[in-house]
Design a protein around this ligand. Sequence first.
Ligand SMILES: C[S@@+](CC[C@H](N)C(=O)[O-])C[C@H]1O[C@@H](n2cnc3c(N)ncnc32)[C@H](O)[C@@H]1O
Length: 159
Amino acid sequence: MTEGLGAAGFDCGEQTFFTWLGVVPYLTPEAMWSTLAFIASLPNGGHVVFDYSDPPDSLSPEARAAHDQRAARVSAVGEPWLNYFAAEELRAKLSPLGFSDIDDLGPPEIASRYFPNRAASIPERGGHIVHATAPGSAERLRKSGPGAASFQSYPDSPR
Ligand SMILES: C[S@@+](CC[C@H](N)C(=O)[O-])C[C@H]1O[C@@H](n2cnc3c(N)ncnc32)[C@H](O)[C@@H]1O
């Protein structure tokens, strides 16, 4: 990631906001977590916004049927959905990477914030939008000493 973004002119020293909507469901967990580890490791911090879905087996029967139809369609065009999370599981994995501020909006929160007129008919589970903020390895070092700068290791993480 460091090489690819560097070649495109990205400056790792700048605090950065990553818009990553419509991508995570298509990635392997390894690709997703190595990207998040990269963002959390930026010395001056980073923000990321991404979307994900609750696991299909946690959806209501109606929502599950609608999900299965859409999943079959995207799979048929060669872009299968590979990645799902329960909200608590996602939060528990983001924190050790260095994300200290995690705002996870599920269907009810998205509806009440953006579609208040439809909030009554929204299911509990389905698509989520997350805004996660990492203060950066330099900030963690300043606050808690050298040990605090290390982050969980994923295959493609910058060292
Ligand atoms: C729903 S679109 C979102 C595009 C864009 N991020 C946006 O917000 O408009 C999903 C994108 O993910 C791409 N995609 C599918 N599988 C992928 C993969 N394994 N790795 C990276 N991108 C993938 C698709 O080609 C498509 O462009």
